[in-house]
Design a protein around this ligand. Structure first.
Ligand code: B16
Ligand code: MG
Length: 216
């Protein structure tokens, strides 16, 4: 029986993809990399900041030291944080608040499992913080999805066993991580059918058969 739901953040609860894209695009242009596209940005979904940087740099033809790469990642993040200042609850995806309220009413615990180190800021800006019981994010972990660490930390913080948790994700890396954590998974988002999740729904606005999922 499921007792806790662990939500991915970017692409599941909030739409920050466009802001990530703008920030990476600016960095790419600053570095003289012209070919960074939205398709490349789609590959950064659920991927850590440093791995996302590699996806940008592979579009150019220069090699950089680890120190330079850390500086570039900081530059992107500073610009991304600037963009996040303008975030409001408009960025909360359709059906999210209703789903969180309904699940809490059913007595479920709500956790976040996101590799983003900006999770606290995003939850604050979008007003979602008060719906969440525990946060596991990039600040708590050393290994990114597809490693299960972020979800295992979330389950631990919620005081639940992995088998008592359901992960909701929009990325392949996240679904692989959920399976590795021995948790069931529900895939949403533009690629929901291809993620390999146990349950597949386009978004949280759909008629989700919660009773059979939660009692399985
Ligand atoms: P940050 P999620 C992920 O969040 C994003 O999908 C991914 O695009 C981003 O690179 C990563 O967070 C790190 O984010 O640079 O803010 O620490 O999908 O796991 O909620
Ligand atoms: Mg995501």
């Amino acid at each position: 029986m499921i007792k806790g739901i662990i939500f991915d953040l970017d692409g599941v609860l909030v739409s920050t993809d466009e802001l990530h894209y703008q920030a990476w695009k600016k960095l790419a242009m600053d570095l003289g990399i012209m070919g960074f596209t939205k398709e490349d940005n789609a590959r950064q979904k659920g991927v850590s900041r440093m791995d996302s940087l590699e996806i940008v740099l592979e579009k150019g033809n220069k090699r950089y030291s680890d120190e330079e790469k850390l500086t570039f990642a900081d530059q992107k993040n500073n610009f991304y944080i600037e963009l996040l200042q303008r975030l409001t609850d408009d960025a909360v995806l359709a059906g999210v608040k209703e789903t969180l309220i309904m699940l809490r009413k059913k007595g479920l615990l709500i956790g976040i499992g996101s590799v983003s180190k900006n999770t606290p800021l995003i939850l604050e800006k979008t007003g979602l913080k008060s719906y969440i019981d525990q946060i596991s994010c990039g600040l708590d972990i050393s290994k990114s999805k597809p490693d299960p660490e972020v979800f295992l930390v979330a389950a631990k913080k919620l005081g639940l066993l992995p088998v008592q948790c359901l992960v909701i994700e929009d990325s392949k890396a996240g679904i692989i991580a959920a399976k590795a954590a021995n948790m069931r998974s529900l895939g949403v988002g533009p690629e929901y059918e291809q993620l390999g999740a146990d349950y597949k729904y386009k978004n949280l606005q759909c008629e989700i058969d919660w009773d059979s999922i939660l009692n399985s």
